[in-house]
Ligand binder design. Structure first.
Ligand SMILES: NC(=O)c1ccc[n+]([C@@H]2O[C@H](COP(=O)([O-])OP(=O)(O)OC[C@H]3O[C@@H](n4cnc5c(N)ncnc54)[C@H](O)[C@@H]3O)[C@@H](O)[C@H]2O)c1
Ligand SMILES: [Zn+2]
Length: 250
């Protein structure tokens, strides 16, 4: 049996794909604290202007337009080698999906921008379809016809599946992450300050279960003391290298 690796990724894996992190020196919130309102569920639910702003911002932001980089592709290689048992991510940029990792291993702890839902009837939409018509419909609503309402359109508010502030994490996301992280031979944390809970708690939970932990992050994290290996290099270079070494060892 080859080694199995559980991976937790954060904003730092996507900075080289052109998406700034939130809390780093060039972070979105460091520079523009007002941008936090883009992902505020109360504002989104109650004000048309805030919904329009949130949709427009998401369409124009690099989160929507970015393409996976070398580090994302390295994790596809790890899965293809049969060694990746979990890819839990705090990112909602859908870059792990775009790179080619499978839904079997990906857990989007903070949701994803790739899909959207009607908040009333729960119909799923591809966010790409909604973005394509955003100029005509800046505050997207559900057009599904409801037979039980005389074929009237549902007209519910549509929202991307990004977890906004004030919303719960997707069902089962933490449970699956804890379970797979605790069963893995190693846990790798890639590009996260480990400040956001409950996502960060995967690290102490896995450590408690005796899983060796690698933290790859330019800056320090609050769980550095639990790590058996710390790598302070650029993820775009260091992760492909670590994956190749790990596959070579088997
Ligand atoms: N891409 C995205 O989807 C995205 C982007 C920003 C923020 N977020 C959200 O905001 C929260 C951010 O928390 P977080 O812990 O993921 O990120 P964070 O912004 O708190 O921390 C990112 C860390 O990555 C490090 N880093 C950045 N670029 C690096 C590189 N090239 N090589 C090595 N290290 C690098 C920084 O030093 C920093 O410590 C998450 O909850 C996430 O949902 C998502
Ligand atoms: Zn609907």
């Amino acid at each position: 049996m080859s080694t199995t690796i559980a991976v937790l990724t954060g904003a730092g894996i996507s900075t080289s794909a052109g998406i700034p992190d939130f809390r780093g020196p060039d972070g979105v919130w460091t520079k523009h604290p007002d941008q936090m309102s883009v992902y505020d569920i109360d504002l989104f639910l109650h004000n048309k202007e805030d919904r329009e702003y949130s949709w427009r911002w998401q369409k124009e932001s690099p989160v929507w337009n970015a393409q996976p980089g070398a580090a994302h592709k390295a994790l596809v290689k790890l899965e293809q080698a049969g060694m990746l048992s979990l890819l839990a991510t705090q990112n909602f940029d859908a870059l792990h999906e775009k790179a080619g990792n499978s839904s079997d291993v990906i857990v989007n702890l903070h949701g994803t921008i790739g899909t959207s839902h009607c908040m009333k009837c729960h119909k799923q939409y591809a966010t790409a379809d909604i973005m394509a018509h955003l100029d005509e419909e800046p505050d997207p609503h559900c057009h599904r016809r409801l037979p039980y309402r005389g074929d009237m359109p549902c007209n519910g508010i549509i929202k991307t599946d990004v977890v906004y502030f004030g919303e719960a994490l997707p069902d089962g996301a933490m449970e699956k992450s804890y379970e797979r992280a605790c069963k893995a031979d190693e846990l790798w944390v890639i590009g996260s300050t480990l400040e956001v809970y409950p996502a960060a708690s995967i690290v102490p939970v896995a450590a408690q279960a005796g899983v060796p932990i690698t933290i790859m992050n330019m800056g320090s994290t609050q769980y550095d003391r639990l790590a058996t290996r710390l790598i302070h290099d650029d993820i775009a270079v260091a992760l492909p290298k670590l994956v190749d070494e790990t596959i070579a060892k088997g």
